[in-house]
Design a protein around this ligand. Structure first.
Ligand code: FAD
Length: 460
């Protein structure tokens, strides 16, 4: 009897196991399925916390709906009635002591009409005049391989980019605009400039496309943890070992030997390695792999939820959160008004907010070594300064994802391919999977988990 082991019970590992389990049933296959998870709970970067009528997420809070709706697992798991969608509203930029709305008719902060530019409260009259250069200047040198920051600044001016576009775009693509290429962010802008003579006009002419592509997000009434519980429940024919860390993988003549921290060993034929690359690289002693793993990097993120015994109507009407423009004003990069954006997260309609602290922020150097209580105090300071709220919270939840956020470098696909090839030749039957390599979004992880399971089932 063949044994398939999935290491890591995050969403990638669970969806891989879900697919293998389905395959086993429909083929009445005589295989042993084992899932090993180091922590006491499955879910990895998905974990919902329930307290005082609030739902808080330690990690991810939602999934891009368009991608999930094309998959079949919500129906298969019987979760249709549990699904909830986000409310949309105005996002603000916090700048110079004020919350200013990101103009409605804009794409990543780039005006999609002259009215949108004219009405912006984020930039000065001079900044608006400078942006008009976009209408009368031709693109003579920029290609998609140039920096998106220089391209936008050249045509739309420094002020518009710094005060309105960069806060949004840097947040979405996690990096300085000067370090990001047009190709890796908004490749169509060069085409628009060519075709319409202006970036703004190009966005205006393609408005429908952006409206249609408006990002709608999906979660569950009791939080994303519902998905993890549902997967776990259906995996009845799988040996699930929690609180069990894999410490080494050794290649034998016909099997792989898996060493566990509790001193036990398991012999298996196939392995899906759905753990972060930092954990995977410790499992096999092989200098060649070490080199392969060195092409991957992580960054850090701290999330702080704060819930109050105060109705969330105290915040500006229709608002759903803000992004910070100037790093010397607040320590956080962004603040989501969670109870506004996600009705299910606050049973009483009381205010729940979530602040994000990223390693790209200069203040992060001090934050990264703070304990949870100190981090909460920083968050309360930011909330007081930006939202004017200075009452005692009734709940809080701090999560420090230190060096655990995959950061795809230029050349990432090549690094993945090189590592895959090394595994295929030296360690056949072991597959890499998950957020370190194949996309960080939950739908990408699910797709990758399923694809990995299908590859394994073809080998069985
Ligand atoms: P993980 O969730 O990291 O799972 C890996 C598992 O392996 C863990 O459970 C770990 O304990 C286990 N493990 C590690 N080493 C070992 C070992 N040696 N032995 C056994 N087990 C081991 N994505 C979205 O789509 N939408 C969002 O809104 C969103 N927001 C996010 C917010 C935050 C704060 C974070 C941290 C992430 C967010 N993401 C979001 C990204 C998404 O949550 C992750 O990319 C995804 O959940 C990763 O799943 P995974 O299974 O690949 O890895």
């Amino acid at each position: 009897m063949k044994t398939v082991l999935v290491i890591g019970g995050g969403i990638t590992g669970l969806s891989a196991m879900y697919e293998l389990h389905k395959w086993k049933k429909s083929n009445q296959a005589n295989i042993r399925l084992i899932l090993i998870e180091a922590e006491s709970e499955l879910g990895g970067k998905i974990r919902s916390v329930h307290e005082s009528g609030f739902v808080m997420e330690a990690g991810a809070d939602s999934m891009v709906a368009r991608k999930i709706e094309n998959m079949s697992f919500i129906d298969e798991l019987g979760l249709e009635q549990e699904v909830v969608y986000n409310s949309t509203g105005i996002s603000f930029i916090y700048t110079e002591g004020n919350l200013k709305p990101i103009p409605a008719d804009s794409v990543f902060g780039i005006p999609a009409s002259i009215e949108s530019l004219a009405k912006s409260t984020l930039i000065s009259a001079e900044g608006k005049v400078a942006a008009l250069k976009d209408f009368y200047t031709k693109n003579e040198s920029f290609t998609v391989n140039d920096s998106v920051g220089s391209f936008l600044e050249h045509f739309l001016g420094k002020e518009l980019v710094e005060k309105q576009i960069a806060p949004v775009l840097s947040g979405v693509y996690s990096g300085k605009l000067s370090d990001l290429t047009i190709a890796s962010t908004l490749p169509y802008l060069v085409e628009y400039k060519e075709q319409y003579g202006s970036i703004i006009k190009g966005l205006e002419a393609n408005r429908q496309k952006f409206k249609g592509g408006e990002r709608k997000f999906l979660s569950f009434k009791n939080g994303l943890g519902t998905l993890i519980e549902a997967f776990e429940k259906v995996l009845e024919d799988v040996e699930i070992l929690k609180n069990t860390k894999v410490t080494k993988i050794k290649k034998g003549n016909s099997h792989y030997q898996i060493d566990l921290q509790n001193g036990e060993t398991v012999e298996v034929d196939h392995v899906i390695l759905s753990i972060p690359h930092t954990a995977a690289e410790k499992l096999i002693d092989d200098p060649e792999l070490e080199k392969g793993f060195s092409g991957f990097k992580n960054s850090s993120l701290i999330s702080v939820y704060v819930g109050y015994d105060v109705p969330d109507s105290i915040l500006p009407a229709d608002g759903t959160g803000f992004i910070t423009a100037n790093t010397d004003e607040l320590s956080c990069n962004a603040c989501t008004w969670t109870s506004r954006k996600w009705e299910h997260t606050s049973k009483s309609g009381n205010l729940l907010v979530r602040l994000f602290y990223k390693s790209s922020h200069p203040a992060f150097a001090q934050l990264k070594d703070m304990n949870n209580e100190e981090l909460l105090q920083v968050a309360l300071g930011d909330i007081h300064k930006s939202l004017g709220i200075n009452v005692e919270p009734i709940v809080s939840e701090v999560t420090n994802w230190s060096e655990q956020m995959p950061n795809y470098l230029i050349g990432h696909p090549k690094s993945v391919e090189a590592l895959e090839n090394k595994f295929a030749t030296k360690y056949p039957g072991i597959l890499l999977a998950g957020c370190s390599y194949y996309g960080v979004g939950i739908p990408d992880c699910i797709e990758n988990g399923i694809a990995s399971a299908k590859k394994i089932s073809q080998m069985l």
